[in-house]
Design a protein around this ligand. Structure first.
Ligand code: SF4
Ligand code: SF4
Length: 427
């Protein structure tokens, strides 16, 4: 694609990167067929190619974006399905990230939208605050119909019971069960700690059982993805994590940084890009990103122990977009589940997003609801007993549309190799 930026515009490193990405797009439109919003809405401006045009116009003309432009960019899920499809290797992720930051800096949203975004940006990365908000949401839920329309999706998605904080999420070291084969740091994260603390607990038990020493590093926490995808500044979160894990590397070395929420994993693997112009953190973040593994990648490297709880249960594996498109991790979780004795089925349209996408289901409930219903219908058509996914956002989203138990892949692996039955599974 031809671009027309001035030298002054290209002096901005963000615009320079965007220009290179724009030039790689050849308008072929292959990406439209696999874009969930285009599939649903059929509007070119809700396709990757259409959005690329809008972003080009916005950046080249230094426009304050119009309501229309913001609407179509906001409707993008950042699912990155288009990146999997694109034959020209267009780096849509960094382009849309840049566009979201530009919008956040220049466009004044309606006050309720501003308030909601600020509330999510502040609440979700802080588990103790989120827990308090979820408890309050439970009390308010019976009166949800009286709440402003924009708040109802948040109330609907709040869990019926708020789990207690897990002591395993505190900074500490869990020794390996047998002789130490690896020393790994676990990103315990933020919203997941409040919504489903059992996922970190299962991860730690599984890794320890497979002779990993697991470190929850002092000072690590939210990866910054939620803020980043809202177009806000995520550098403070990312910086804290890089420095916390570097301290662990200097103390006793680390073989991997393990992430069990794939939305977070995509972001941590991209820290090296985030800090590419930072003289202090560029090298450190390169090292951190290179060490980062989704838990299914690490477990595939280690090899799963023979199951002690063979179940033969039929599991529909939902491939989170951030795992399949963001990190290109596709076969590992399915193979691990099979090794653990489950019968794995993959629903149709596995490449399409479930509508969760960070805060998307809270900010774009109509499209998110349609995507969820489509995903659930495809999952239920495989007649599974259990649904497994590797991302808390997908788990919450899919569970809100089905009576099937939805669990994290790692909970099933833990159960099969000697851990407790996942909380969400009936006997
Ligand atoms: S990231 Fe997903 S929703 Fe956004 S343009 Fe690409 S395929 Fe479409
Ligand atoms: S598939 Fe790639 S090159 Fe073709 S229009 Fe989409 S982003 Fe551009």
């Amino acid at each position: 694609m031809q671009t027309n930026f001035t030298e002054a515009q290209l002096a901005d490193p963000g615009v320079r990167v965007a220009e290179k990405i724009l030039r790689a797009c050849v308008h072929c439109g292959f990406c439209t067929a696999t874009c969930p919003t285009y599939v649903l809405l059929g509007d070119e401006l809700d396709s990757p190619r259409g959005r690329i045009y809008l972003i080009k116009e916005m950046l080249e003309n230094d426009h304050v974006p119009s309501h229309e432009v913001v609407k179509h960019i906001d409707r993008c899920l950042s699912c990155l399905s288009c990146m999997t499809t694109c034959p020209s290797g267009v780096d849509y992720m960094h382009l849309v990230d840049h566009a979201r930051h530009r919008i956040e800096k220049t466009y004044r949203r309606p006050w309720l939208d501003r308030m909601l975004r600020s509330a999510f940006d502040w609440t979700l990365p802080r588990p103790h605050v989120l827990r308090a908000m979820l408890a309050a949401a439970r009390l308010v839920r019976p009166f949800a119909r009286l709440a402003p329309k924009a708040l109802r999706p948040t109330l609907d998605l709040a869990p019926k019971a708020v789990p207690s904080p897990s002591p395993m999420d505190r900074p500490q070291v869990f020794p390996s069960q047998g002789p130490r084969r690896r020393r790994v740091a676990l990103l315990t994260g933020c919203a997941q700690r409040a919504l489903a603390p059992e996922i970190n607990e299962a991860t730690i038990r599984l890794l320890v059982r497979h002779d990993c020493e697991v470190v929850v590093a002092e000072g690590s926490g939210c990866c910054g993805a939620l803020s980043h995808h809202l177009g806000r500044d995520a550098l403070a979160f990312a910086r804290a994590n890089v420095l916390a894990w570097m301290r662990e590397i200097e103390k006793d070395g680390l073989d991997a940084i393990v992430v069990n929420a794939s939305g977070c994993g995509t972001t941590v693997k991209d820290y090296s890009f985030l800090f590419r112009n930072d003289s202090e953190l560029a090298q450190k973040s390169l090292r951190i990103s290179a060490l980062t593994r989704d838990v299914s990648e690490l477990m595939s490297e280690i090899g799963l122990q023979a199951p002690v709880n063979p179940s033969g249960r039929r599991v529909a594996y939902h491939s989170a977009c951030s795992l399949q498109h963001g990190q290109r991790v596709r076969g590992e979780p399915k193979r691990l589940l099979e090794d653990a004795g489950f019968l794995v089925v993959e629903p149709r349209e596995a490449h399409l997003c479930c509508g969760s996408a960070g805060t998307y289901n809270l900010l774009q409930p109509e499209i998110a609801g349609r995507l969820r219903d489509r995903k659930v219908a495809n999952i239920e058509a495989t007649a599974p007993e259990i649904v497994a996914a590797g991302n808390i956002g997908c788990i919450t989203q899919i569970a809100s549309g089905t009576s099937l138990p939805v669990v994290h892949t790692v909970e099933l692996l833990d159960w099969a190799t000697g851990g407790p039955r996942p909380r969400n599974l009936a006997t």
